[in-house]
Ligand binder design. Structure first.
Ligand code: ATP
Length: 217
């Protein structure tokens, strides 16, 4: 007898300084397109040589909690924040894979900008052994990869069929047709510093938290 199918779950990594609608809305559309069962948001530490988040780990985590309250699609996993050092995505995914077993279809969600720079990630070639990649469109970033080698890598893994993400545990890249949100955490921090409104960019409870904690001033 065939074993029952396991649902497709996804991990969504990022700094989330702060979390905004450009994170949430495309992923909600993506979840419908490919029938995602659950999206686990995993905020990360930032390596010391990169600009540090302005909000603390605890604050970034609390803002994610506020943003996804009442959205059953999303959950939060703060394992990377509990470590004092930055984690490599590939190592976190190895840990998740060990926990969930070899058969579980597992995906990692990124924006188009992250796809274009993926070849700079630690052990990036191992990522597709561990998960599928689901890519959300992001305004201002080209669809094509930087060079022929990277484009060949993309072409050899890409699928346009959501079913392919359910029938294998890892190994595919899905370029989703998600709505475009011209929002970045950087632009939100700049707007807040200038006293400009972010009402349409960030969920209201997150904005209230930002104001209460005098963040990004
Ligand atoms: P910053 O401006 O501080 O660099 P960011 O807005 O790009 O932050 P991150 O937390 O670094 O947000 O991003 C986490 C993930 O979300 C990345 O894979 C990124 O590509 C994706 N992402 C962020 N904003 C958008 C957006 N507007 N549309 C689609 N994907 C996005």
């Amino acid at each position: 007898m065939a074993e029952p199918r396991l649902p497709l779950c996804a991990i969504y990594g990022g700094t989330f300084d702060p979390i905004h609608y450009g994170h949430l809305k495309p992923v909600e559309a993506l979840a419908k397109q490919v029938a995602l069962h659950q999206v686990t948001i995993m905020p990360n530490n930032v390596p010391p040589h990169r600009p540090q988040p302005e909000a603390s780990s605890q604050q970034r985590k609390e803002m994610v909690e506020l943003a996804v309250a009442g959205l059953p699609l999303f959950s939060l996993d703060d394992r990377e924040l509990q470590r004092s050092t930055p984690s490599y995505t590939v190592e976190t995914l190895e840990q998740v894979r060990t926990e969930r077993g070899d058969r579980q279809p597992l995906a990692f969600i990124i924006g188009q900008d992250s796809l274009l720079s993926l070849h700079r990630w630690h052990r990036w070639e191992a990522l597709l052994d561990l998960c599928h990649l689901l890519v959300c469109q992001r305004p201002g970033y080209p669809i094509a990869m930087d060079n022929a080698e990277q484009q060949n890598w993309l072409d050899s893994h890409v699928t346009t069929c959501p079913e392919a993400l359910h029938s294998a545990p890892a190994g595919k890249i899905f370029l989703a047709q998600t709505p475009l949100y011209d929002i970045s955490a950087t632009s939100i921090r700049q707007r807040l510093e200038q006293g400009l409104s972010c009402d349409d960019l960030v969920p209201q409870p997150v904005l209230e938290y930002i104001n209460q904690h005098h963040l990004y001033r």
